[in-house]
Design a protein around this ligand. Structure first.
Ligand code: SF4
Length: 422
C-alpha cells in the first residue's frame, strides 16, 4: 500500500504521512481492563471467542478475592455454524448472571470479531434484555471488535453508548470526559474547584446510578485524546467542547486547567494563584529528571492515540527529539492545541503500514521506541530500547502530581539498556 501525503493540518506542522496497511495494535476489548475498575457497579459481558477471553484474562489478571466484573460469553463452533440460536443462549446467560449478581446495575454487552462475523445484533439484544430487566438493570452494547476498533477506542465506544442515558440539565456545568484513575480524578477536581468552577461532573462516573447531567449549559473538557465518538454524542445533547491540550506534564496540566477556567469566566490572576505553586513544583521535579532524556531521540508507533500529547510533553518539557510521531487516528480538531505546540518539522504519521514503519524506525536507530507489546520484543532483540504504550494507559499519568511518574516511565527503559551494556 502506498502511503499518501496530505497537508490539511491547521497547526504549524509538516504534512501527515497517512498509511493504511497492516497494523499491529490491540483491539478495543482492552478498555474493559480499566473501565471495569472505574464504573464500580457495571459489568462487561464480552460476546466473543476463547481468544477474547484469554486477552482479557491476561491483560486484567485474575481476581482472587473480588467477584470479577467482566466475563466472556463464548461463541463456539455450534454458534458459528448456525446450529445454535445465539440470541437464546445470550438471553439465558444474562438471566443467570443477573440472578447471581444483584449488585450489577449496568450491563454492557460488548461485541467482538466473532459476534460480528455471525452478525449477532447486540443492539437489538440490549433493547430486548433492557425491557426485561429495567429499571433495576440498564443494558447497553458497544463494539470492542478488532475489526472496528483499536485499543483505546473501546473506551470511546463505551462512553458514547452511555451518553443517551445521561439525564438532561441545561444548567452551567463542567463535564470532564475520559476515564482517569480515581486519585487523579480527585486531584483534578480539587484544582478545578480552586479555580472557582462550582459544578464539575465526570464521565464515566464511578457509579452507573450517578450519571452526570448534560445539556446546553454543559461545557466539556476531554481528559483523553481518543474520545471522538463520545464528543460527537455529547454535542448531539447540546454540550460544547472546551479546546485545550491534554493534562500531561506540568505545562499540559496548567494549560488544560486554564482553558477550563477561561470557559467559566475566571480571571487570569485567580488561575495563576490557584495553579502556580503546583506547576512550579512539578516543573522543578521534571527539571531534575530532564538530563536523562534531553537530546535523546524517540520514535512513536501508533497505538493508544496518546502519542501526540506525549510527544509534546517529551519534547517541550524533557528536551527529547521527535523522530516520528505515529498515531492510529489524528483528530485534527481535538489535537489542534497539541499540534500547535509541536516543532514545525515533526514527522507525523496516521494509521499504519507496519513493515514500512519498521523500516523507517530501523533506519533512524532512535534511542527509544514507544510501541505495542507485539513490536517491543523484536525491536529489543535488534538493540533498540522500547517502552510499551499500554503502560501509559494503565498508569496514572495525568496532572501535576503524576508528571514525574510520566517522565520516569521513559527513563526506565533507557536506564535498563545502559545497565545491560555495562
Ligand atoms: S475482539 Fe477480535 S481482536 Fe479482540 S481478542 Fe477478540 S478475536 Fe481478537
Amino acid at each position: 500500500m502506498t502511503p499518501s501525503l496530505s497537508a490539511d493540518l491547521t497547526g504549524p506542522v509538516a504534512p501527515v504521512l497517512r498509511e493504511r496497511g497492516q497494523r499491529e495494535v490491540f483491539c478495543g476489548l482492552t478498555g474493559i481492563v480499566w473501565l471495569h475498575r472505574k464504573i464500580q457497579d457495571a459489568f462487561f459481558l464480552v460476546v466473543g471467542s476463547r481468544t477474547c477471553a484469554h486477552l482479557l484474562q491476561s491483560a486484567a489478571g485474575v481476581m482472587i478475592f473480588a467477584e470479577p466484573r467482566f466475563a466472556t460469553a463464548i461463541i463456539d463452533d455450534r454458534d458459528l455454524s448456525g446450529l445454535a440460536d445465539a440470541n437464546a443462549e445470550l438471553d439465558r446467560m444474562v438471566e443467570q448472571l443477573l440472578a447471581r449478581r444483584p449488585d450489577i446495575k449496568l450491563l454492557f454487552l460488548v461485541g467482538s470479531c466473532p459476534s460480528e462475523v455471525i452478525k449477532l445484533d447486540l443492539s437489538r439484544a440490549a433493547m430486548r434484555l433492557s425491557q426485561r430487566f429495567a429499571p433495576s438493570v440498564r443494558i447497553l452494547n458497544y463494539s470492542g471488535s478488532g475489526i472496528e476498533t483499536t485499543f483505546t477506542q473501546g473506551e470511546d465506544a463505551c462512553l458514547a453508548a452511555l451518553v443517551p442515558l445521561l439525564p438532561k440539565s441545561d444548567a452551567p456545568a463542567l463535564l470532564v470526559v475520559g476515564a482517569l484513575a480515581d486519585a487523579v480524578e480527585d486531584q483534578l477536581r480539587r484544582s478545578l474547584a480552586a479555580l472557582g468552577i462550582a459544578q464539575v461532573h465526570v464521565l464515566p462516573s464511578r457509579s452507573a446510578m450517578e450519571l452526570p447531567p448534560v445539556g446546553s449549559g454543559t461545557r466539556y473538557l476531554l481528559a483523553q485524546p481518543f474520545l471522538a465518538d463520545t464528543a460527537r454524542a455529547l454535542e448531539g445533547r447540546g454540550a460544547r467542547r472546551i479546546p485545550a491540550p491534554f493534562p500531561l506534564g506540568a505545562e499540559g496540566t496548567q494549560l488544560w486547567l486554564r482553558a477550563a477556567a477561561q470557559a467559566f469566566g475566571a480571571n487570569m490572576a485567580t488561575v495563576r494563584a490557584a495553579t502556580a505553586l503546583q506547576a512550579e513544583r512539578a516543573a522543578a521535579a521534571l527539571a531534575r529528571i530532564r538530563p536523562a532524556l534531553e537530546g535523546k531521540r524517540v520514535f512513536f508507533f501508533p497505538d493508544s492515540q496518546l502519542e501526540v500529547p506525549l510527544a509534546r510533553f517529551l519534547h517541550r518539557e524533557m528536551g527529547m527529539q521527535l523522530v516520528e510521531v505515529g498515531t492510529p487516528y489524528l483528530h485534527q480538531q481535538h489535537l489542534a492545541e497539541e499540534l500547535a505546540l509541536l516543532p514545525a518539522d515533526t514527522r507525523l504519521s496516521e494509521g499504519q503500514d507496519v513493515e514500512r514503519q519498521l523500516d523507517r524506525c530501523r533506519a533512524e536507530r532512535p534511542d527509544l521506541v514507544v510501541c505495542g507489546l507485539g513490536l517491543a520484543n523484536p525491536l529489543e532483540a535488534e538493540g533498540l530500547a522500547t517502552k510499551w504504550s499500554i503502560e501509559l494507559v494503565f498508569t496514572p499519568i495525568q496532572g501535576f502530581e503524576q508528571a514525574t511518574d510520566l517522565a520516569n516511565l521513559f527513563v526506565r527503559p533507557l536506564d535498563r539498556r545502559t545497565r545491560l551494556r555495562v
